[in-house]
Design a binder for this molecule. Sequence first.
Ligand SMILES: NC(=O)c1ccc[n+]([C@@H]2O[C@H](COP(=O)([O-])OP(=O)(O)OC[C@H]3O[C@@H](n4cnc5c(N)ncnc54)[C@H](OP(=O)(O)O)[C@@H]3O)[C@@H](O)[C@H]2O)c1
Length: 293
Amino acid sequence: MAAKVLVTGCNGLLGTELVNALSAEYDVTGIDLREVDIVDPVVVRSFMQQTRPEIVTHAAAYTDVDGCESNRDLAMSVNGDGTKNVAMACREIGAKLIYFSTDYVFNGKKDSAYLETDKPNPVTIYGQSKLAGERAIADTTDNFVIMRIAWLYGAHGKNFVKTMLRLGQAQIEAKQAGKMTDPLKVVNDQIGNPTWTADIARQIELLIGSDVTGLFHATSEGECSWYEMTRQLFRLRSMDVDLLPCKTEEFPRPAPRPARSSLENQRLKQLDLNRMRPWAEALEEFLRKVEDV
Ligand SMILES: NC(=O)c1ccc[n+]([C@@H]2O[C@H](COP(=O)([O-])OP(=O)(O)OC[C@H]3O[C@@H](n4cnc5c(N)ncnc54)[C@H](OP(=O)(O)O)[C@@H]3O)[C@@H](O)[C@H]2O)c1
């Protein structure tokens, strides 16, 4: 019989992808805030006792990076305490826990990509709360994978690729209608690894099938700025958009953004388990396969 997999945050950007991808091979149940609020330990425990998944992929989180700055208690309670609740329930029923953490556990000041052995030092409440989740897991169970991911895009939910395609298309239509348009400005001084959610799902499938545990970085290979990614996106879609690089300070946000938060998938490579591919290759396939983006 197929193993039972629970996906928390199943209506989100990553959770939707995980449910779709893992359902081919596993007996998958998805839950989101409406079914189970992870902040409530009693609800989490009783749901897990009843359903008894063997693997829990925990994608539920409070992910609004700027919102976290003004809602610290909510961020810590969902991303820290909520994750602790999930970890305790997993330990009780003997389930393996796969948790998604973030490049934002780092301050972005290193001059090369971060390794799993680098010390986290988050500069945002979001990053602190996700790190609290990591620590809660490591304090609760041995049967876990913490996977640090970054700069996600995909077919579901709001994300950067969809926003840029919408803004680019709007500019093209305005120009065609003879209207004056401003160039689209995108920051060129934040560097990271754009990663397609489908690639994370593939990587997870491989890890579920192995018996590895512990901390992993898992992002697309290679790094770029948001501007470089956008330029590549418009090139791949043959969209003639006026695009300009700009600096982060032109778009002040409540949460500071790490300048270079690239991750190196060192442990996956050491164990010969790295399935992640170059970011531009993944972006090209995403645009080819997901036509209605
Ligand atoms: N997106 C990225 O670029 C990125 C980068 C690094 C790491 N990650 C991590 O990857 C995971 C998935 O991210 P994502 O972008 O897919 O997030 P997302 O689209 O925001 O989805 C998160 C889901 O969690 C749900 N949720 C929020 N609070 C909850 C609660 N108290 N109980 C149960 N469910 C709750 C949300 O429901 P509502 O919508 O109803 O609030 C939402 O459906 C997260 O752990 C995130 O920290 C994401």
